[in-house]
Design a protein around this ligand. Structure first.
Ligand SMILES: [Zn+2]
Length: 284
């Protein structure tokens, strides 16, 4: 190639691999993440900021979106917002980070690692669970009429941070692993469903989400019972995780699983609805 030909090719390459253009989100449903264009629909990243590659990806893999959501329409704007909010859940963010650092493609072990990470990050919300545990315990009904009263009481204590984060260990043991197990069970269930159910996105999502939530609930319920017992303490020296576990376990298996029915009903229903709607919106 001549010198000017080389220069031309270099310039062409640089022009094509320039920064992400904001209009690509409206045109091809792509956003920028960690210096790469990322598809809002399937969450796959492409290697270069090259409009023709983005367009090819969009028109060949998501032709239904291109067809059903016309360019410039309100419908398309709404669809983009839905894709974005689905994508920016903690789990998706964690999964993407793991994929970006080369910890592989979207497979089961990456998903589990992402779920562990996302679940563990959510342990920062322990104070909310602490307040809830004190509110629902009938022994504290007269002392704490509402959530604010609990919060004020806890914050005013000498070890405020310790008080707010009481139950952190069981929450950490529960959140990450239960989310990872939930995702594994959900995907395995979805794969086993008959073809006719798989074709209906809502039904397939709702069924696999419901089953996974039910089974995860049974496995992790005892940890939840221990956590509730820990967090319901307010007077005197608080018992730690191991002591509470021994105490609760000594009362028998029935005590460990007390309230499982109600918990499962609520959790199974909400996960079934969430998962059904999630699949429905994702596949539209
Ligand atoms: Zn895509």
């Amino acid at each position: 190639m001549s010198e000017s030909g080389k220069r031309k090719a270099k310039r062409k390459y640089e022009e094509e691999h320039r920064a992400f253009l904001p209009e690509w989100e409206e045109l091809y449903f792509f956003t920028e993440r960690n210096g790469k264009p990322l598809c809002l629909i399937c969450q796959n990243a492409l290697s270069h900021f090259k409009a023709s590659n983005l367009e090819r990806h969009f028109t060949s893999l998501h032709d239904n979106v291109a067809r059903d959501f016309p360019k410039g329409s309100e419908l398309r704007k709404h669809k983009r917002l839905v894709c974005r909010s689905l994508m920016y859940g903690n789990y998706e963010v964690a999964l993407n980070q793991l994929q970006n650092v080369g910890l592989c493609r979207k497979n089961r072990s990456t998903q589990s690692a992402a779920a562990l990470l996302a679940g563990s990050l959510e342990a920062v919300l322990v104070p909310c669970e602490r307040v809830q545990a004190l509110l629902v315990d009938p022994r504290h009904n007269t002392r704490f009429p509402h959530a604010f009263a609990v919060l004020v009481d806890l914050v005013r204590r000498r070890n405020a941070l310790h008080e707010l984060y009481l139950g952190f260990t069981p929450v950490l043991l529960r959140n990450g692993p239960s989310f990872a197990l939930y995702l594994c069970l959900k995907d395995s269930t979805a794969e086993q469903l008959p073809k006719i159910v798989q074709q209906n996105a809502f039904l397939a999502g709702a069924f696999s989400g419901g089953v996974a939530s039910f089974l995860t609930g049974i496995v992790f319920y005892p940890i939840n019972t221990i956590k509730m017992n820990m967090q319901a303490q307010i007077e005197g020296e608080h018992l730690g995780f191991l002591t509470t576990t021994r105490l609760v376990a000594s009362r028998g298996i029935g005590h460990l699983y007390a309230g499982l029915g109600a918990h499962c009903m609520g959790s199974v229903l909400s996960w079934a609805i969430f998962q059904g709607l999630y699949q429905l919106l994702k596949n539209r």
